[in-house]
Every structure is written in C-alpha cells, then in structure tokens.
Design a protein. Structure first.
Length: 326
C-alpha cells in the first residue's frame, strides 16, 4: 500500500517555472493549468529540483537510496555502489525499474495580492479549497471537506476570519477591487470556520486569508503575476544586444502551492531459482521508509527545508520553503 504525504511550498522569492512558449503577452510565461489557467509547477520540474537538492544534502552511503527512490539516472554524478548504479555485476538492476516516489503537479493554494490594509492578502477561492479537500482525502486527511459544505459567495463578497488585518468596516480592497465581507449566517462566521479548518489541515498561517469568488480569484492569478523585462548585454560593446530585450513572468513571493508525495516500496526483480539479488538497504524496504527518507532523513542538519525551483538561480529566484504534513 502506498504512503501519501501532502506537502506545501511557500515561495520565498519570485519563481519562474517556465513552459518555454511565447503567449503573446510575455516572452517567457510560467507554467499554468490548461483548463483553469492557475499557475502550477509541473511534477517533473518539482521532482528534478528535489532530487538535485537531496543529492547535495545526502551522504555517500545514501546514493543507492536516491536511485531507488527517484529512479536511476545515468547522468548523475552520484552513481552509488555498483550493485544499484546500473553498472557492474548482474545484480545491478536499479536502472531497469521506476523509482519508488511519485509526485503530483504542485497546485496553487494561496495567491498573494496587495491590500489597502494589512499590506497583502493570501487569497484563495472555494473551488481551490474543495479541490484541496479532495486531494487531502487521498492522504487520509478528509476532515476539511465537511467544513466547506455547500456554502457560496456572491460576486462582490468574500470570507474572512473573525480578526483580519485586511478589512475596515466590512470592506476589503485588493489592488483596485472592492469586496464586502459576507455577513455571518445565523451568528456563525463561515470564514472563521474555514480558516480554522485550513490551519488544522495544512498547518499554514491563515492570518491574512481571504476567500474570494472563483471568477475573481482566477482573474487575479492571470493579471497580477510579476512581469520583469530583462536584457542581454553584448560583451564587446557593453550595451544591449540586438534582439536582447525579453519579458519573463514570475509567480510572486509569498505564493503557496501544494503537492502530494506518493511513496511505494522500492521495486526489485523477483527471486529466480538458484540466483539471489542484491538485498535492499535494511531501512529502505517499505513505503514508509521511502517517505521518511525524503521528508525527514535526508534533511538532517538543515534548519529549514529549502530548495530552488525554476530559472534564474544565480539571481536568487525560485527559492521555496517546504513543509511536509504527515
């Protein structure tokens, strides 16, 4: 049976996980979901960034586990022992099997928007929250879904916790858009109930939470990402090269996304008569072992679980903090 662990990514700096296409608005747009248009990080991008970080953090004796967990990579400088690296003896079978870890695309959960009061808001919508509740159910964390129920918002309304820095007299101004705090239903604040349930389910800070109508949230994620114009300098002339001006899109700092980590037992060939295969590491045989390796073991010595995702590494872009919710 698989071990499913939700984890959350908070962007500490603007992040560019690009799709390599010009969409007519910017030369280098970010990855987005086809149907909703929400920003995302592809599972392959996330997996590659995590593998690179784990390889840098892990000790040499754990390189076999990296191949078994992520899948064999003959381009990796961390080949591990000959028994699991794909080289050497007949027992070197790691290259024939998929890794034991599966990642889902990182979906957007909270999007930062400038606020007239309280500096900025962490915005989301009921559709995103209901989708999160369905994903958490897969991980056996289904209590959040009950809180959402069948509540609705009008186009100019929003949900807020009881105490929020974002409102004055029941009004919330995000960028140039005005929303009204939805009145309490029968004395109960639905916004407070959702905020409390979200905090319990995810462990995230919900002090700046605002829940917007679905359409309004979608518009914000399309219109208010960061767009940066950059140029390429000609080494000989010291001025901008011809055709060297281009525009990049970024997911803003303080965005929060989430993904599911699905761990299975490491794959290995069946025993053949008269032939024994290399035994798996004693502490790396079950889905729980594989999950623990990525979520706990390989981060020993690091104060925070931080990695870099996407482009422009050398100018400090794409720094994210990970939180695994067991």
């Amino acid at each position: 049976m698989s071990k499913i662990t939700p984890f959350y990514l908070r962007t500490l700096s603007a992040l560019h996980a690009g799709n390599g296409k010009d969409n007519g608005l910017v030369d280098l747009p970010i990855q987005r979901e086809l149907v909703t248009g929400y920003p995302k990080i592809e599972a392959s991008t996330l997996k590659g960034a995590l593998r690179s970080r784990v390889e840098n953090l892990s000790k040499e004796k754990e390189y076999d586990k990296i191949h078994l967990a992520f899948g064999y990579d003959d381009q990796s400088s961390y080949k591990g022992s000959t028994d699991f690296s794909g080289e050497g003896s007949a027992n070197a079978y790691a290259q024939y099997f998929a890794g034991a870890l599966t990642f889902t695309d990182a979906r957007l959960l909270l999007f930062p928007i400038r606020s007239m009061w309280g500096v900025f808001a962490h915005a989301t919508c009921l559709y995103v929250l209901r989708r999160l509740s369905e994903d958490l159910e897969q991980a056996g964390q289904g209590s959040f879904k009950k809180t959402l129920g069948s509540i609705k918002l009008e186009h100019d309304q929003c949900f807020l916790p009881d105490i929020s820095p974002l409102e004055k007299d029941g009004k919330v101004v995000l960028e140039e858009y005005l929303f009204n705090k939805k009145p309490k239903e029968q004395g109960d604040n639905e916004g407070q109930a959702i905020a409390a349930a979200l905090n319990t389910a995810t462990g995230l800070d919900v002090s700046r939470l605002v829940i917007l109508p679905d359409d309004a949230f979608g518009d914000f994620t399309q219109l208010f990402t960061e767009r940066m114009t950059r140029n390429k300098i000609d080494d000989k002339t010291g001025i901008v090269a011809d055709g060297g001006l281009f525009t990049e899109e970024y997911l803003p700092a303080e965005s929060v996304l989430y993904s599911l980590l699905i761990a299975e037992a490491p794959r290995q060939p069946k025993e053949e008569q008269g032939k024994k295969h290399k035994a798996l590491p004693s502490d790396f045989k079950t889905p729980q072992d594989v999950s623990n390796f990525l979520t706990q073991d390989c981060w020993i010595g690091a104060d925070k679980k931080v990695l870099q995702i996407g482009g422009n590494t050398t100018v400090g872009k794409g720094i994210v903090e990970l939180t695994f919710k067991h």
